[in-house]
Each structure stands twice: as C-alpha cells, then as structure tokens.
Design a protein. Structure first.
Lengths: 301, 313
C-alpha cells in the first residue's frame, strides 16, 4: 500500500515534473477492497437505523427487508419532536436534561482541569509527581467498581435522583484525561512568553489569563468536546443515580422507550437517530480537535 | 525566611525542609486543589469504601455491615458461575481488543496514504466510536432480530440460509456476535491512534529498508511495527481496559444471557449489586477486577512516563 506513495515520492525527487503512471499493485488493490468492505460494515447499521425510522411499524417487519422504504414518512420524528403530545414532551425533556448535564460537566470540568493542568505543566512543588501519577492511574479504574460506593456516597450527600450527582461523577472521571491533554498543550507554550509578561508587571494570574489561555484554546476545545460527548453518551451511572422520570437523560430515556414500546422499532430507531445527531454534528465540526484529544499523549512522544 | 508565594517560573531550587517547602509552594496547590478535592471525593473515597465493604456481609433487611473476613472472596472464587464468567470475560476482552486492533491498524495503513476523499472516509469510520453505546446496542439488536432482522432477512433473500439466523438467543453464538458489534463500535479508535502514529515514522527509515531490498511486508514488520511499539502498546492497553470495563453494549443487547452465555464480570457485578443488592459480595468482586486492572495500569503508566521522559530529553 505504502509502496506507491514511496515510489511516487522517489519519482518526485528525481524528476519533479513527471508523475509515475498509475499502476496499482496487489497491496493497493487489497487495500481498496478492504476499505470498501470496512465502509460497508460501518455504514450499514447507520443506514438501517435511518431507513427503519422512516418506515411504518408494519413496513418495518416485512421480510425480505426493504432498504429504501416504500412510503417514507417522518411520522416518528414528528411524534418525538412534538412537545404537545405525551411521548414528545417526555422525549424532549430527556434531550434537554442530557444537554444540561453534558454542558455543565464540560464547563465545570474545564474550570477544575485548566488550573490543575497548568500547575502540573509549570510549577514544581512537593508531591507533584505522585499526584500526577494518581491522576493517570484513574484511567485504568473500572467504572463499575465505583458504582456501589458512589451510589452510597450520593445517597448520603442527598444527591440521588439529582442531576448534580451525574455532573460531579462525569466531571471527575473526565479529569485525568483532560488534565493530561491540557498539560500537553501547556508544555508546548514557551514559559518565556509568560516571563516577559511578568517582567512587564503582570501578575502570575494575569499572565495565565492573557497569554496562556488564548494560546491553549485548541486544547480547551479538544477537552471540551471530548467531555461533552462522554457526558452525552453515558449510561450506567445515569441509570443508577436517577429514578424519576423528569430527571432522566437520553440514554435512559431510550431504554425506557424500548421497554415500553418494544415492537415500535421505527420509533426506537428515530429516537436513536435524534440522540446521535448532536454528538455526530459536534464531532464532524470539530473533528480535528477530537482526534487530537484521542491521540495526544500516547503518540506525541 | 521571607518568601513570596509568587516566585517566577523556573526559579532555582533552594534547600528547605519538606514542610517549609510545601508552605513555600502553597499558591501552587491552590491550582490543583479543586481537582484533588473532587478526585478524593469521587475516586479516593469509593476505592477505600469498596475495599472495606468487601470484607463485610451486607444483609438487605437490616442494612448492617457485619465483618465476615474473606468469606465474600471465598464465595465468589468457589462458585462455578464465576469461572464461566471469567472465561467469557477473557474471550470478550481478548477477542474485542484483538479484532478491533487488527481492523483498526489495517484501516490506518490504508488511510495513511493520501487520496481524494480520505478525510470523509475517516470521518465516516469514526462515527460508530462517537455515538452512544445505547444507540449502537439497539440498532444492532434490531439488525440481529431473529424474526424481522436485516441480517437474517437479507441472507435468506440471497438464498444463503433457509432458516432465520438465531444469534443473540443462541448460547454458542451470542458472545462472538456481541464481540463483532463491539469491534464495529471501537475499531476506529485504533485507526485514529495508528494514523497518528504512522505519521511519526520517518520516511528515511522506510527508504533505507527499501534500498536494502525489503518488500512492503518486510518494511511493515521490520520498520513500522518496531518504531510504533509504544503506540501499539498504549492503544491495546487502553482498549483492553475499556473492554474489561465495557458494560452498556452487552447489558442492553443480551443482559448477560441466554443462560449466562454472555455474562461478563462487569454485568455480573452490576446484577449482584443492584438486582440482588449484595453490596458486600459485589464489592469483593470489584476488588478482584480492580487488582487485574491495577496490574495492567502499572504497566500502562510505566510506558506512558517512559514516553514523556524520552520526549523531554
């Protein structure tokens, strides 16, 4: 696969103007075939989700299955997004709840992570390495291990059935990655810039706010979209901490929808689709940052 | 000692006692204090509490905690169900990690090459990783439906099978099936990591190997893979841990069934804790899982810190 790239690179070096004629070798063809199969594997479930969501309940259980619905209609979407019927009102409430929880998680997570990452990047203080190590180790902890004690903790704090229990949990679980990620960005901002500002009479905080913060904006965006998506998709804790209908987030709402209307596959698929739209749009818009969030740290060095 | 808290960065270190040193740096701790506080509350406390609880019997009726030594551990380790679940967890974790890694790495190798539409392809392949496991679980459950599912329907239509394909309700097929779904969900994580890794492989190294007569495959095994050793290790480790912890997909698609054929440690712990309300037992179970993670975690942090040391020098 890579041989053609390399071959053309060599060709470019020797004869800059001439391009090698396109002659795919076995590796290239195998690569393309593989890619096409992989794309099919990836797309079919998503296409089927959309296709089913446009069908009537009756049409959805026809065999053999129809790829393109005969009479596509938006009935399911209209029901789900209509605040005036019961199902729609419920669904929109889940949506709003998810939005609230994910947004608060993201904002508060940054408020906590940014100064910590900055300190880990810039200062030397006793216990720094041990603390940073403990931040990293969290990445390895099984989420469910925390479920029982956190449930009891939240009960004692009176936060069961409050969305704050989720916000607190998500933001903490997101911290290690956020700190790690942001520290990487701060490490790349030369301290001389701050020193210059300090010489000009800025306090340490001013230097941080006026010099470092703007320069680390990409890191902050990357961290933010990562924690938003995590908060939006989380299921186990939301299921365990929330009891009442009006507090639930989308993943739990979807599950409720499934148990209550288990034969309404078009409705369930429409709900899944609506639930996926915000994160997919966010991801597509800010793809570069998301990819950075995933790969930073592991690959950089 | 007259010391200002606001010492400029990179001030040369002076020798002080530990307490004086900490006092000197009090302003530095202010920055990390919020992070430390929430982590102690949400992570530190639960760990201690889980370990403590794992040595106690927690009858539901009274809500007491009665110390019972290692009875919880004995009960778990001596139950035949635990060993079956362990086997499932092993198959699930290794299968998912291996499958996603091979698929993701292969995709990265193809996508490493420039071509028109590469960005679009990469974005499409990443969507399963971004969407919620809940949505993914339901779509696949629907596609794999024994009576009305897409997969059964299409295969029947093409004449490949004559009877409906039973996957999620079959004891033998359920685990491989959920593994495939899991690979669908997470292979692009590997892909993204490996694309980033491949960009760091110096072209001169590959060229040198070519000059020495190495073919595409030899360049791959002798140059690319050794060069990416750290990235490969970290990626597989992260994936390994994620799979060991993965709950939503299996829980929503199969609930651990049929007849525990897809029961994993995680789903088992959840059921013990929140269905049978056996907090003590579930805590002991969690501690066992936790120890397995810790071994992996120790290794992970070692690779990670080695990497940053090398990067700094």
């Amino acid at each position: 696969m890579s041989s053609t790239t390399n071959a053309s690179a060599t060709a470019k070096r020797t004869y800059p103007k001439r391009r090698k004629p396109f002659r795919p070798n076995g590796w290239t063809i195998a690569g393309w075939a593989f890619l096409i199969l992989l794309l099919i594997f990836t797309i079919v479930p998503m296409a089927w989700m959309i296709s089913t969501s446009l069908k009537t309940q009756f049409a959805s259980i026809q065999q053999p299955p129809d790829w393109i619905p005969d009479n596509p209609n938006l009935k399911q979407y209209r029901t789900l997004l209509n605040p005036n019927n019961e199902l729609g009102a419920q669904f929109l409430r889940y949506f709003r709840n998810s939005l609230w929880v994910s947004t608060m998680t993201t904002i508060l997570g940054l408020v906590v992570a940014v100064p910590a990452a900055y300190a880990f990047s810039r200062f030397t203080f006793p216990g720094k390495d041990a603390l940073f190590f403990s931040v990293l180790v969290r990445n390895m902890f099984p989420v469910v291990v925390f479920l029982i004690p956190l449930f009891i903790l939240m009960k004692n704090l009176g936060l069961i059935d409050s969305q704050w229990s989720l916000i607190l949990t998500y933001l903490t679980f997101g911290l290690p990655l956020s700190i790690w990620l942001l520290k990487g960005f701060y490490d790349n901002i030369p301290p001389e810039l701050e020193r210059a500002a300090r010489i000009d009479g800025a306090t340490r905080f001013q230097a941080f706010r006026l010099i470092v913060m703007p320069l680390s904006a990409p890191g902050i965006i990357a961290t933010a979209i990562y924690s938003f998506i995590q908060g939006w998709n989380e299921y186990v804790y939301a299921r365990t901490f929330l009891n009442s209908e009006e507090k639930m987030t989308m993943p739990i709402g979807l599950q409720k929808f499934f148990t209550e209307n288990s034969s309404n596959w078009p409705g369930l698929m429409a709900a899944s689709f609506i639930m996926s739209v915000p994160v997919v749009v966010l991801f597509l818009m800010l793809q570069r940052y998301f990819v950075q969030a995933l790969t930073e740290g592991a690959v950089k060095h | 000692m007259q010391l200002t808290a606001e010492s400029p960065p990179n001030e040369p270190r002076r020798k002080r006692g530990l307490l004086a040193n900490i006092a000197h740096h009090w302003a530095d701790y202010v920055y990390i204090l919020p992070a430390i506080l929430v982590m102690v509350l949400v992570i530190g406390y639960p760990i201690v509490y889980t370990v403590w609880l794992s040595f106690h019997d927690t009858p539901i009726r009274t809500g007491d905690h009665i110390f019972n030594g290692v009875d919880n551990y004995r009960e778990i380790l001596s139950s035949p169900k635990f060993w079956k679940t362990t086997k499932n967890t092993f198959v699930w974790t290794i299968g998912s990690t291996g499958g996603a890694f091979i698929l993701g790495f292969a995709a990265a190798l193809v996508l490493h090459k420039q071509f028109i539409g590469r960005g679009v392809v990469r974005a499409i392949l990443l969507i399963p990783y971004v969407i919620s496991a809940v949505a993914a679980a339901y779509v696949w459950k629907w596609m794999l439906h024994s009576d009305y599912g897409l997969i059964s329907g299409v295969l029947k239509d093409w004449g490949i099978i004559d009877q409906n394909l039973v996957l999620l309700d079959s004891k033998d097929r359920v685990l491989p099936t959920v593994i495939v779904v899991n690979i669908w969900k997470e292979f692009s994580f590997v892909m993204i990591m490996m694309i980033a890794g491949l960009q760091t492989v110096p072209e001169q190294l590959l060229r040198a190997a070519r000059v020495d007569g190495a073919g595409v495959w030899q360049q791959f095994t002798h140059v690319t893979v050794p060069y990416l050793k750290n990235v490969i290790l970290i990626t597989t480790l992260l994936l390994f841990v994620a799979n060991l912890n993965s709950f939503t997909l299996v829980y929503l698609m199969t609930g651990g069934g049929p007849a525990n054929a897809s029961q994993l440690w995680i789903t088992d712990i959840y059921n013990i804790a929140f269905r049978s309300l056996g907090y003590g037992l579930a805590s002991a179970y969690s501690v066992i899982l936790f120890l397995v993670m810790l071994a992996a975690g120790w290794y992970y942090v070692r690779i990670l810190t080695q990497g940053s040391k090398r990067g700094a020098s």
